[in-house]
Design a protein around this ligand. Structure first.
Ligand SMILES: [Mg+2]
Length: 171
């Protein structure tokens, strides 16, 4: 069960502050794309996220996008943020996260995975030995496999709420 629990749980990406990342003893974010920064497949960033990314970087937090989606989806999107990216990352397998921390020049212990999915972002982070922040998914996907994953997430999200995951950082 604990492999499916994030270090911290917040509502959306823009709720994350440099102070929160520092309180987690980190200085880098490995950032999911779909339903974290935009609706699935959309090139339109969620309001405030471009400015948020800029603010985080100004505060000394390093950022890289880590997406399972195709290069042709992620590359133009990353350009809007001026961020490096990894596409076709095969999350939850840890290889891309390890590549991402090397790309940023940090240790795994200094990084935080941020994403909306328990079975890819959170499980992958735990597998890679990296801290994580789980977001509330912003959009509802239509495909059956996605709807199934969201249904399987439900009891875990309930447990996260009960445990108050990461409230020691956010208070
Ligand atoms: Mg996602």
């Amino acid at each position: 069960m604990s492999l499916f629990l994030p270090t911290v749980s917040v509502g959306k990406a823009t709720d994350i502050t440099p102070e929160l990342i520092r309180a987690m003893d980190a200085n880098a974010i490995l950032l999911d794309v779909d339903n974290t920064l935009a609706l699935h497949g959309s090139q339109t960033p969620f309001p405030g996220t471009v400015e948020w990314a800029k603010h985080m970087r100004k505060a000394g937090i390093r950022l890289v996008l880590v997406s399972n989606n195709f290069k042709k989806r992620v590359e133009p999107f990353a350009a809007k943020y001026g961020l490096p990216f990894l596409s076709l990352s095969l999350k939850p397998f840890p290889a891309a996260y390890h590549r991402a921390v090397r790309r940023l020049g940090v240790e795994p212990g200094e990084a935080v995975v941020v994403g909306d999915q328990i079975f890819t972002d959170v499980f992958g982070a735990n597998w890679a030995g990296i801290k994580s922040i789980l977001l509330v998914p912003a959009g509802m996907e239509q495909s059956l496999s996605f709807r199934l994953r969201r249904a399987l997430e439900k009891p875990i999200r309930r447990k996260i709420k009960e445990k108050g995951c990461g409230s020691q950082f956010t208070k």
